[in-house]
Design a binder for this molecule. Structure first.
Ligand code: XIL
Length: 318
């Protein structure tokens, strides 16, 4: 069958998408396309701390379990997103005072609980998400504030203790090319490697647009230098905005397709990159219009699940 997951498989690539629990529960067509076209799923929100544990000491794994079951049934790999983030924290955590010891204990228990529960099912994790700011230094966050800068290495060590087989990633946006932020990420992960912290790769979110179109040579060079540290790179959350451009739709969709093709190609060419994940299945389920309050169509499938030029472009790249 000529599907993305099959073609990707032939060239040793994983083709992923993020998945939302609502359409997974309610929409047979959504389920059909997921299982037909993708061989990797990333729960879009269901594994975040605030989603899992709205009450202290209690966890609700229903949504995450359903996604994991679905993925296993359809022989799809699962990527966990995310254990440590400055956003989507439970209110009970953010709205109270904690000592350093307490914050460390909460984070450790959280990582142990979640990673251990899925140790035979979730093979890779974004352990720390978006810890670097635009200046290339550590971003202010609950965890930095309460624990200090070593919260990052602690998180990786705890995740590794909870599942020694899991591949552990640092994930961020706007660090895909070369520049101040990606240098900051490079410096962070290099130091982690030097300290023997168990980190296996860097996730490039790749939220981009036809206006800012990524500099492919710089992305290739960045993947290469991370490879020289012994790190894998995965494209974790790709989408390509077209909304803020005045050209005819067909031209915009072609530009979008070219970017998808270039990124698929650059990952395919790099020995240390073998996963391309889009942030959402189809345009009607993209986070972009909600978050940026502007209509858009950043994904591989349109509102009625029709494959777009971008879909065929990834196909061509593989
Ligand atoms: C986004 C989800 O797509 C939204 O549904 C949610 O409301 C907020 O989070 N970077 C990340 C993802 O690492 O977890 C974010 O996902 C998008 C930006």
């Amino acid at each position: 069958n000529l599907t993305l997951r099959n073609i990707a498989g032939l060239v040793g690539m994983k083709m992923g998408t993020s998945v939302l629990i609502k359409p997974l529960r309610n929409d047979p067509k959504y389920r059909e396309i997921l299982s037909r076209e993708f061989n990797l799923l990333t729960p879009e929100n269901s594994l975040k701390f605030g989603s899992l544990s709205p009450e202290r000491g209690k966890y609700n794994f229903d949504a995450a379990d359903e996604i994991v079951d679905f993925a296993q049934k359809h022989k799809m790999q699962i990527h966990g997103q995310t254990l440590v983030w400055y956003r989507n924290l439970p209110d009970w955590l953010e709205n109270a005072q904690w000592s350093r010891e307490e914050a460390m204990d909460i984070l450790k228990q959280h990582i142990y609980t979640v990673v251990n529960r899925y140790r035979d099912q979730i093979s890779s994790w974004d352990v720390v998400n978006e810890a670097i700011n635009q200046k290339g230094t550590l971003r202010g966050s609950f965890w930095l504030d309460k624990i200090g800068e070593d919260y990052i290495e602690m998180a990786f060590r705890w995740a590794n203790e909870a599942d020694p087989n899991a591949r552990l990633f640092y994930n961020d946006h706007e660090g895909e090319e070369l520049g101040i932020k990606s240098d900051g990420i490079y410096k962070l992960v290099k130091e982690l490697r030097q300290k023997n912290v168990p980190i296996h790769g860097v996730g490039f979110q790749m939220h981009t647009s036809i206006k800012t179109r990524p500099d492919i040579k710089a992305v290739a060079a960045n993947i290469k230098r991370l490879g020289e540290l012994g790190l894998e790179v995965t494209i974790t959350e790709m989408d390509v905005k077209i909304g803020d451009d005045k050209r005819p739709l067909s031209d915009k969709l072609t530009s979008q397709a070219n970017i998808y093709q270039d990124i698929a190609n650059v990952c395919l060419q790099a020995p240390n990159c073998n996963t391309l994940t889009t942030w959402g299945l189809s345009d009607n389920f993209s986070w972009i219009p909600i978050y940026f309050k502007h209509p858009d169509a950043p994904l591989l499938f349109d509102q009625s699940y029709k494959p777009k030029p971008a879909y065929f472009a990834v196909f061509r790249a593989f």
